[in-house]
Design a protein around this ligand. Sequence first.
Ligand code: GLU
Length: 358
Amino acid sequence: MRAELVKNVSRVVLKLGTGVLTDDRKQPDLAQMAQLVAQIAAQCQAGKEIVLVTSGAVGAGMGVLGYEKRPSDLAELQACAAVGQSRLMATYEKLFAQSHLQVAQVLLTHDDLEHHERHLNARNTLVSLLGHRVVPIINENDAVSFTELKFGDNDKLSALVACLLPADLLIIFTTVDGVIENFGKENAKILATIEQVDQTIERLASGTTSATAVGGMTSKIQAAKIVIRAGIPLVIASGKKPDVLARILGGEEEGTIFIPQPNRLKGRKRWIAFFHHPKGSLFVDDGAKKALREAGKSLLPPGIAKCDGDFSAGEIVRLCDLNGTEFARGICDFDSGTIKNRELPRAEVVHRDNLVIL
Ligand code: GLU
């Protein structure tokens, strides 16, 4: 199964977590970074296209500005990110140069990928860099992005970058060996393959307590949901092991692999499904849910039980069932006022072509 999934992989998004890049004192671990870069460079030289999503800016900046714990003040956190990001890039540039590879820094905010033209533009930039055999190194533009408008964490950012390109494979390197059942207990076991992210899997993941990291396994599972829906496989593995990248790309059993859903989403549908913070939700009755999920229909006015939030016509909304569970996203052809006042004509409210079942 693994060998089959990675056989034709040529474009990879690789996320390096803070824990993988720093030592026990939370300082950038140069020996570790060097061994990772050597592995990545070897794959680039063998013809793979690798896009890095790196964390560690805040962590590196904390060291420089003398913080032991992540500062809670936003401006201080952003100051750490700004100081640390340039340190991080300087290190990558030096290490990749040893393998005669050029790197490029790309700092993204959520807005850059939400707006459709900017989304396509960011994609074109990354593809051009890969065409020049440059290694793009992406991080969130933490120095300026606000809490409410953030990607949230770099696991999610890496999933979105994989959807943006699109990549053939997402790899997340962390400090543990994969998704682990009975973590910390005697009968702990790595789950080699995950075919479906259900509640059992979600429960396995617990938040992190590290002083520098952000998301722990929970955010990785959320990232998994995005890419597997898009049709892209994900491997979560330890970035501290020698040769781990070559082993993964060689189809060997390393970490946990998430099997993608078979119906790969096209670019516009990926953009509709994953790149927005919707301003509103439409709650639909069971009949409408069934017609949308099972019969491939558009959403019509009678199926809408409730509308929440304020949005304009043409914006993306969540489609939820009556329990409040989101099951789809789509572009709504009417504004929230018209829907709330029941002034809708007999027309599609969310057209099938503009809708993705999640
Ligand atoms: N962008 C943050 C940093 O570079 C990390 C966010 C994360 O690790 O999820 O420090």
